[in-house]
Design a protein around this ligand. Structure first.
Ligand code: NAD
Length: 351
């Protein structure tokens, strides 16, 4: 079989390291591009069979048409989320695969790190002690045991997080479009309508995908239904949360804490060193000004185990497709599920 040619966009040194280590077994011809994939960079894909993309690469109709015309047959996302891909535009042109569950532990554990840091104010204690200030005024936290957590989305990550929080002795209310009663029975979590979860939870953590239905799921109306002083954690996608409404909630005290690994307009900032530049994003600057907000730069996935799994599954997805046409991690163009429950329907399509 001819050598597979792969164009890997938005490549950082850690991507190159883990993908090259995995490729030692496979010998795919990989060209790493630091550039993000978008209308201005799509021409770089010319001469390649596959494009490997990450969360902030832009895979809209224009880009998909351009890379299709350039001969690309497969888009291999090296991430779980796929909201940056216009699946309808890809349909019958380019197959799109992802890495569905490279390490749900990495993301769930990062959500817990944000919760504990915010609650026990470690981010404020650390610089104080380094400045020889050993006062603990203002650092009062709360026992998590006995409190109620609300977990929105009980897929791979939401389930792991729920289990960790049950281990803390928390009551865990969960919400999902497709509840899993066996998981609830085994874990002691309780499925509840979203309004009840909002009303009762002391900490709310988002683990559903970004879809038209979940865009600004947490907006001003939702915040008014929550306990005053609620802690909001978002490690999923920035646009699940209306940032302006969050800022208003933080200013009024309706929201007591926010831990954000993702941000609505993150693509201009996250993953890049902007420390020599003037901050131009007023909303991000405002978020960073609150002492009860922690923003991390989309690093929840960033563990050694996750990067090894991402590299292994991404290259396996590619090798399998070109060897046998198999696409076990193809994203269904209609429902987004992997595998699509309707893939076995007589017409073989979910539409
Ligand atoms: P998953 O597909 O296993 O689970 C998602 C769950 O959300 C499913 O159970 C689904 O039924 C549910 N869901 C879908 N629409 C919903 C809705 N409207 N309301 C409530 N629930 C809904 O996904 P996962 O692996 O658990 O990942 C969850 C999200 O985390 C991903 O979509 C991705 O955006 C994000 N993520 C972030 C990072 C990071 O580094 N910050 C890393 C990986 C994934």
């Amino acid at each position: 079989m001819a050598t597979i040619k792969l164009a890997c966009f938005d490549s950082k040194p850690y991507d190159v390291k883990f993908i090259e280590a995995e490729n030692a077994k496979r010998r795919i011809d990989i060209k790493f591009f630091a550039e993000r994939l978008g209308p201005d960079t799509a021409t770089l894909a010319a001469g390649h069979d596959v494009v490997c993309a990450f969360v902030n690469d832009q895979l809209d109709a224009t880009v998909l048409d351009a890379i299709h015309a350039a001969g690309v047959k497969l888009v291999a996302l090296r991430c779980a989320g796929y909201n940056n891909v216009d699946l309808a535009a890809a349909y019958e042109k380019i197959h799109v695969v992802r890495v569905p569950d490279y390490s749900p532990y990495a993301v769930a554990e990062h959500a817990v790190a944000l919760m504990l840091t915010l609650n026990r104010k470690i981010h404020r204690a650390f610089p104080r002690v380094r400045d020889n200030n050993y006062s603990i005024n203002g650092l009062l936290g709360f026992d998590m045991r006995g409190k109620t957590a609300g977990v929105v989305g009980t897929g791979h990550i939401g389930k792991i997080l729920s289990g960790i929080l049950r281990g803390f002795g928390m009551e865990v209310l969960v919400y999902d479009l497709y509840p899993d009663p066996a998981f609830a029975a085994a874990s002691g979590c309780v499925y509840a309508p979203l309004d009840e979860l909002y009303r009762k939870a002391d900490i709310i953590s988002l683990h559903c995908p970004l879809t038209p239905e979940t865009h600004h799921l947490i907006n001003a109306a939702a915040i008014t239904k929550m306990k005053r002083g609620v802690m909001l954690i978002n490690t999923s996608r920035g646009k699940l949360l209306d940032t302006a409404a969050l800022v208003d909630g933080l200013k009024s005290g309706a929201v007591g804490y926010a831990g954000l690994d993702v941000y609505e307009e993150e693509s201009g900032y996250f993953f890049e060193d902007k420390s020599d530049e003037v901050m131009l994003d007023d909303m991000l600057a405002r978020l960073n000004s609150f002492n009860n907000v922690i923003v991390t730069s989309h690093q929840a996935f960033f563990t050694k185990e996750a990067l090894e799994n991402i590299a292994a599954t991404t290259l396996k997805n590619i090798a399998l497709f070109f060897a046998s046409g198999e696409l076990p991690n193809e994203i269904c163009y209609h429902c987004g599920k992997v595998p699509c429950p309707k893939k076995s329907s007589p017409d073989g399509k979910c539409f």
